[in-house]
Write a protein that binds this ligand. Structure first.
Ligand code: NAI
Length: 254
């Protein structure tokens, strides 16, 4: 119940899917949660649902690829809740399912802008607040595709590999500030992102079954499986864990 009591958690992409689970579970564990997203209706609903359960939360519109917005929203969250001590860089988009030679520069760079620049900007603008608080935990959503590849969505694989290494560098840079930085590597998790990806396949039903079968546990994960991993990395239970890769994939990468 109180694993995150006293912490201020800012979650990007918190309106749905994995981000919604992270917000809900962190609030249930006692954190004050800043839910941020592009989707205002669903983001507001996540904050309202937390308040209805007796938790503490508020919603902010935030495009993680826009530095001016990141600077302003992080400052407003600090004013409302106090210094951010948990940042979950969760917002992400999947790349176009095309081979490299068919991708435009714009398609490639759009994915990097959200998945890589977004993690960079979040980290850049939270360090001062975490130093002020005497430490903190940054959790970056990478993917199994930051560890192994597949012949699809090349910009996405590139971005998630980058997130893995940004995590390790930032873990080294900020260890002396007691700021821990870790990456989480989900297998396929049933969310709007995966639903959208499978719908692009020739036979979505067969693709869903085939995707589930890639996981030795025999099924895709749930958003809460990743939410709990993030709660652990945000909590003091992981106080000696930094620069690590927490793989939550039903055995996919074994
Ligand atoms: P989702 O598509 O279901 O939800 C992503 C959320 O991010 C949405 O609420 C969306 O509005 C928001 N978002 C998109 N662009 C944004 C931007 N520029 N600024 C702020 N918010 C933005 O995605 P899902 O599946 O919940 O994924 C969450 C994270 O987990 C992503 O980083 C994804 O790459 C990663 N991941 C997901 C896996 C899965 O199987 N679902 C597997 C491995 C990693």
């Amino acid at each position: 119940m109180d694993r995150l009591k006293g912490k201020v958690a800012l979650v990007t992409g918190g309106a749905m899917g994995i981000g919604e689970a992270i917000c809900r579970l962190m609030a249930a564990e006692g954190a004050r949660v800043a839910v941020t997203d592009l989707d205002d209706e669903r983001g507001e609903a996540v904050a309202v649902a937390i308040l209805a359960r007796g938790g503490q939360a508020a919603y902010w519109h935030l495009d993680v690829s826009d530095e001016a917005q990141v600077r302003r929203v992080f400052s407003e969250v600090r004013q409302r809740f106090g210094p951010v001590t948990v940042l979950v860089n969760n917002a992400g988009i999947a790349g176009p399912n095309k081979p490299t030679h068919e991708l435009s520069v714009e398609e490639f760079e759009r994915v990097q802008a959200v998945n890589v620049r977004g993690v960079f900007l979040g980290t850049k603008h939270v360090v001062a607040q975490m130093r002020e608080a005497g430490g903190g935990s940054i959790v970056n959503l990478s993917s199994i595709y930051g560890l192994v590849s597949a012949p699809d969505v090349p910009p996405y694989h590139a971005s998630k590999g980058a997130v893995r290494m940004m995590t390790k560098t930032d873990a080294l840079l900020y260890a002396a500030d007691r700021i821990r930085v870790n990456s989480v590597h989900p297998g396929f998790i049933w969310t709007p992102m995966v639903d959208g990806f499978l719908k692009t396949q020739v036979d979505p039903v067969a693709a869903k079954a085939a995707t589930a079968a890639l996981h030795p546990l025999g099924h895709m994960g749930e958003a809460d499986d990743i939410g709990w991993a993030c709660v652990y990395l945000a909590s003091e239970e992981s106080k000696f864990v930094t620069g690590s890769e927490l793989v939550v994939d039903g055995g996919y990468t074994c």
